[in-house]
Design a protein around this ligand. Structure first.
Ligand code: ACM
Length: 562
């Protein structure tokens, strides 16, 4: 008897424990997940959508159901029965239920899974989308493919999940100018962003080295400005590979990408970088440049760096050009924000240009408070574009240089030169998005051994001995805390976090993906998960056992874990 009791005492806790299913590997980590006992079988499950859900959300559920049918070999039916929320409230459920619930946070969702049913609640399209992404992450990775896998366990663990993002703005920026990325490649990035619940794609569309967006009123921007006569090789500024290089997106292609992103809950924020980084535009329309600037004629730049050739902002003709371009951009993109750049604008030419000096005199601009009259001339350009875009119902985002001097209320600052710009902006009452080089620059090398990594801007700097090596490992990225040093009362001004991929040294899709992944997954936890949910050991183990196989299934090249 004694022996039996002893045996039971040993076995009982083990069997209780065994019934509880291991926590699924969900990245970004949800705000709350409670595991209960058992699993829900999905084969042949009936799926019910609340008829109050918008058409886009219902479509997303149908796509999920279609994919489930395809990969697990059973037809999952989808219905939208009237009075579904009453049925759900009444209990006795069997199947998967999607319920419109205004009490759930924007972009948030709740999932309650028992052995017979799963009830999903959300108040918005993005909320339903993210619930579906979480459900996918609880399933075998075959759900990301199109091949049937009858051997996989098509069950989801019983659990209660409550989830919502920490930040509303969760972005990736892609430089499509230094190197041009096809529509299909952009869509592939959008697909991956959606899996990890990112919702803003910042599309960098104009640069010294190439203009990438069709503008009806200025056809030479794409006829001339979209192509350069060769590209420097590796890190050698005196070289040129002699290969004509370029490309651009037509307005129809852009509309297609906007719609594709919208179906994935992603808003596209276009950037026209002004008044610097404009050499490709100047090659197209030299009359927009400063008189007597050297060398002439302008060419679409074939080397990397910051060109000193900038727009002549003292001329009304240039301002008309900017308003025309931004007008077409504003009409094309539904985003509430238009990014107007503002970074790295050398003002050497403005110091001698008669139009710029006349404008400085007319406006009475003076060197003051550490900002030169020319710096204040840039403030005038920013303010004019902000006002113009406000007339089109849009707000501006600019790189943190826009904060130097005067900045009108309502502008949003993108903090890239470290975190100081974001801290200052938020403290002054401006909204800010954190994209500091120190954590968020995906063009920086990601391993400690430079020799093992493909050539990058970090290699370039270290060979010039100008900069220390700056590897941005997965762990370093993961460790970023965006609200650090932001005073509590200013924290609501931090809209979110974005990582940036500049592509000077990145010329192939494989390399592009290698630089983004898996670091974008670390970014996703910074953007979405509560700080106390972050745990690098757990994150890395989730990646190894689940998320990296997901990337493989999506056909994405990524850097292996160290
Ligand atoms: C930047 O990296 N120049 C914004």
């Amino acid at each position: 008897m004694k022996r039996l009791i002893l045996t039971l005492a040993v076995l009982l806790p083990v069997s209780c424990f065994a019934a509880k299913v291991a926590e699924p590997q969900i990245v970004p980590a949800p705000q709350s997940i409670q595991m209960t006992k058992g699993t829900l079988r999905l084969k042949g499950i009936s799926i019910n959508c609340d008829p109050n859900m918008d058409a886009q959300s219902q479509r997303a559920v149908r796509q999920f159901a279609d994919r489930l049918s395809l990969v697990c070999d059973k037809t999952s039916s989808v219905a939208s029965p009237v009075g579904l929320s009453r049925t759900v409230a009444g209990g006795k459920l069997k199947g998967l239920y999607f319920v419109q619930d205004a009490s759930v946070a924007p972009e948030g969702y709740k999932i309650s899974v028992t052995k017979r049913s799963a009830v999903v609640r959300a108040s918005s399209f993005n909320g339903f989308l993210y619930s579906l992404q979480t459900l996918r992450q609880m399933l075998p990775v075959a759900i990301y493919g199109t091949e049937q896998d009858t051997k996989a366990k098509w069950v989801i663990p019983c659990c209660e999940i409550e989830d919502a993002p920490r930040f509303a703005y969760r972005g990736v920026m892609l430089d499509c100018c230094r190197h041009f990325w096809s529509v299909d490649q952009v869509k592939k990035v959008l697909d991956a962003m959606a899996v990890f619940k990112l919702n803003r794609f910042h599309w960098h569309l104009s640069e010294d080295q190439g203009w990438r967006i069709e503008i009806d009123k200025y056809p030479r921007l794409t006829e001339v400005g979209a192509f350069r006569n060769g590209t420097m090789v590796g890190g050698d500024w005196n070289s040129n590979d002699g290969i004509r290089y370029g490309g651009y997106y037509t307005k129809d292609q852009i509309r297609d990408v906007i719609a594709y992103a919208a179906e994935r809950g992603i808003t596209i924020v276009p950037e026209i970088d002004l008044p610097g980084h404009m050499q490709a535009a100047l090659a197209s329309y030299p009359e927009l440049g400063c008189a007597g600037s050297q060398p002439q004629p302008y060419e679409v730049w074939t080397i990397w760096g910051v060109s000193k050739q900038v727009l002549n902002v003292g001329s009304e003709k240039t301002m008309q050009f900017l308003e025309d371009v931004l007008g077409e951009v504003a009409d094309l993109f539904p985003s509430e924000y238009i990014h107007i750049g503002g970074d790295e604008c050398p003002r050497d030419e403005w110091k001698t240009d008669p139009d710029c000096q006349a404008k400085i005199a007319e406006l009475g601009l003076k060197d003051a408070d550490g900002v030169t009259a020319e710096g204040r001339l840039q403030n005038y350009v920013t303010a004019r574009m902000q006002k113009f875009l406000a007339g089109k119902g849009k707000k501006i985002i600019g790189w943190d240089e826009i904060l130097e001097g005067d900045l009108a209320k309502g502008a949003t600052v993108m903090s890239w030169r470290g975190t100081a710009g974001g801290i200052k902006a938020a403290t002054m009452g401006y909204d800010a998005i954190m994209t500091p080089t120190t954590y968020c620059y995906m063009d920086y090398v990601q391993g400690n051994n430079l020799e093992k990594e493909p050539f990058s801007i970090t290699h370039q700097w270290s060979s010039n001995k100008k900069w220390a090596d700056n590897p941005l490992t997965l762990e370093k990225v993961y460790g970023y805390e965006p609200l650090a040093e932001i005073p509590e009362e200013a924290q609501s001004h931090i809209l979110g976090v974005q990582c940036n991929l500049w592509t000077e040294y990145i010329a192939t899709p494989e390399h592009l993906e290698y630089m983004l992944f898996p670091r974008v997954l670390a970014i996703s936890e910074i953007q979405w998960s509560a700080p106390e949910k972050k745990d690098f050991a757990r994150f890395k183990s989730d990646l190894a056992s689940h998320e990296l196989p997901v990337l493989e299934k999506l056909g994405i090249n990524y850097r292996k874990l160290d």
